[in-house]
Design a protein around this ligand. Structure first.
Ligand code: GLA
Length: 349
């Protein structure tokens, strides 16, 4: 869990932005809710010096990366950067191809805790060599660094990446639109079996709060990312977010579903626009997301037998967003779900 600059700021990153975001992670309650990593995406780097050392943008980061990492650490948070397995990053900055050992050493010396590693400008590069090469370089520094692979799912990384990266992108880039969120969601179906302790699918960062969707659509996006056990990387300007957006991003019971360490959830039923997604939780409980993609409110039902519970089961049901116990329910759970929204419940036998 953390925050990444790309979705909102693109190349407009700076020392001031990162410090203010770190401050806000603490003051907004995001840190208390579990957000840890503050990650600068593309465009912090400008060149290499004569000895091959990567050079940060001195205008945008005048105090240098070490001082910035120290500041983020002083807030009890962790610090992340971005590079690329090719010759150049997606924005044309120097990539790490051929400089993996130098770059990993430099990151470790700055105090980097997280590396996002992209896949632009990689003609002739084999991902099954490039990603392990950077993994080994990071490991050799002796510093624990989360390795986030951003290869967009091109080479089906889920089938071979366990032990290489901690998280791996499964798709191209998310955009701040309903159609983009639902398209990415559909691409996760079937990938659940590859995720688990030590390695997780990454359906891309959150767009919650960036303005392109309605509040209930962001609630649906956040709920389903939590059901997918996705990395929760906020991608909005948290310095100016509304209380409604903050309440989505920091909802502890919904985040607990994401962080439950057993497995990723999956789609258990689809009837046109009406879907049911379920994630098995520790303690034999389940999280359910009833998801209405349609344009009108609709009833969605799920029988406990579809979850594998016995026909006479009478589990306790709690509405997570409403923070309300619905009591013990027998047989079938039915809820009316507004358009482009979810009902998310925890089911405890
Ligand atoms: C790619 C990645 C994005 C972002 C940009 C930066 O498109 O998939 O998440 O890192 O590059 O240029």
């Amino acid at each position: 869990m953390g925050w990444n600059s790309w979705n909102k700021f693109g190349c407009n990153v700076s020392d001031t932005l990162i410090r203010e975001v770190a401050d806000t992670m603490v003051s907004s309650g995001m840190k208390d809710a579990g957000y840890q990593y503050v990650v600068i995406d593309d465009c912090w780097q400008v060149s290499r010096d004569k000895s091959g050392t990567i050079v940060p943008d001195a205008q945008r980061f005048p105090s240098g990366m070490k001082a910035l990492a120290d500041y983020v650490h002083s807030k009890g948070l962790k610090f992340g950067v971005y590079s690329d397995a090719g010759s150049k990053t997606c924005e044309g900055r120097p990539g790490s191809n051929g400089y993996e050992v130098e770059d990993a050493r430099q990151y470790a010396a700055w105090g980097v805790d997280y590396l996002k590693y992209d896949w632009c400008n990689t003609d002739g590069v084999d991902p099954k060599i490039a990603y392990p090469t950077m993994r080994d370089a990071l490991k050799a520094t002796g510093r624990p660094i989360v390795f986030s692979m951003c290869e967009w799912g091109r080479n089906q990384p889920w089938t071979w990446v366990r032990g290489v990266a901690h998280i791996w992108r499964t798709t191209g880039d998310i955009q701040d639109r309903w159609a983009s969120f639902t398209r990415l969601l559909d691409q996760q179906v079937g990938l659940e079996k590859y995720a688990g302790p030590g390695g997780w699918n990454d359906p891309d960062m959150l767009e919650v709060g960036n303005g392109g969707m309605k509040i209930h659509e962001y609630r649906a996006h956040f709920s389903l990312w939590c059901l997918l056990s996705a990395p929760l990387m906020a991608g909005n300007d948290i310095r100016s977010m509304t209380p409604e957006i903050r309440d989505i991003l920091t909802h502890k019971e919904v985040i607990a579903v994401d962080q439950d360490p057993l497995q990723q959830g999956r789609r258990v039923r689809k009837n046109g626009d009406l879907e049911v997604w379920a994630k098995k939780l520790t303690g034999d409980a389940w999280a359910l997301v009833l998801f209405n993609r349609g344009e009108t409110a609709a009833q969605i039902a799920l029988s406990w037998q579809e979850l594998g519970l016995s026909f006479d089961a009478e589990p306790a049901v709690r509405d997570l967003w409403a923070k309300k116990d619905l009591g013990k329910i027998k047989g079938t759970f039915v809820a009316s779900v507004p358009p482009h929204d979810v009902i998310m419940v925890k089911v405890t036998p």
